[in-house]
Write a protein that binds this ligand. Sequence first.
Ligand SMILES: [Zn+2]
Length: 455
Amino acid sequence: MTTVFDYTQEQAERFRQELHELLRIPSVSTDPDYAPEVRRAADWLAAHMRNIGLDAEVIATEGHPLVYAEWLNAGEDVPTVLVYGHYDVQPAQKEDGWDSEPFEPVEHDGQIWARGATDDKGQFFTHVKAVEALLKTEGKLPVNVKFLIEGEEESGGAAVSAFVKSHPEKLTADACVISDGGMSRDDQPIITSSVRGISQMELRVSGPKQDIHSGMYGGTVHNPLLALAQIIAQLHNPDGSIAVPGFYDDMLPLSEYERVEIAKNPMTEAEWRAETGAPQPWGEPDYSLQERIGARPTLEITGMAGGYYQAGYKTIVPQNAYAKIICRLVANQQPHDIYEKIRDYVGQITPPTVKSEVIDAAGALAAQMDITGPAMQAAVRAYEKGWGYTPIFQREGGTLPIVADLQSTLNMPVVLMGFGLNSDNLHGPNEHYRIDLFHRGIDTAINFLRECTTL
Ligand SMILES: [Zn+2]
């Protein structure tokens, strides 16, 4: 009898040829010229999923289509797993520095080279092939499975966010799994236990009614650029913590258990130096570098502007000064509330000699998963059996709004189990995916579905 793992071995070559077919479709979501290709990728995927025995449909949205598929024959008393992924890709052209055509996949040096190989076509496809292998060898799946594969993750993801909110019953599941990430070493898989949110705003400081002569009025008018610098300098305390009153109020405490988990994969100062190129670390001394990146919120000045900065010098007191501020938030902090706290504090510390204004821009919620929960622990066992190594939990410094959408709207744990490497050149030229990791991902995905029977 052919076991499921015999099958994945026997069919390995064909699995990759099918992935190549999908990789050949340049589903670049950000460029409207490629919209027909995005649509073609969605159609290809839905047809492929039907072929392996799923009910699949392409769902039109205001943006690019979603692909939804399901197999719900495991029974009502058996858990349901939702697989999320994205079939769209970042733009790529050979001239960007590729050694081969980005949409003509090639295999050499143990890698598949193509745009989307690891982000995310190759990674979500592991779950599709896991389902196929189980259906073909066992005639059924251990749990009910739903797929939601979107087509605009690389260009905002507005459609999927709206769909999640408008169709919660269609997506109901006991856990969601996402394979769209990497690890730094293949023998140290990582389950992401949180993603940060974001709050963005612009700070404007104005003084005189227009740019004025610095010889005639300088020394009597508070220079808006100086005032902006003085305001910004008060947003942090000397130890690097954020001085805005109430900024940390809603945060969940960082548990000892989690600090131990985070410490298992520390970022050393040497690594930090090599990656950043900055002379010395900065920031809250009570938290490790890794904790500052994933478990603490930040307030960054991401741009400043004002006055004259062309060739030579202009003798003015400028009318205006601007700064853009982006906060990375942790779970439970609300983007708009953080904006209001910053706005109110800036209002208090703005001297009467200038005027200030803080303008809110789009934000995104953070999400934090319970690492002791059954879905996360099922993922740990799946890695041990399918990947061959025990994963560690790590907090992610970046923002993935879909995670908060799924977790808060659908109230389900989201398991972020990446099957790629951080060195896969995602978003850059020569994106690649290690062939053995693609196959290990399939085996891990099979084990994950089997471990989910106890959710
Ligand atoms: Zn991705």
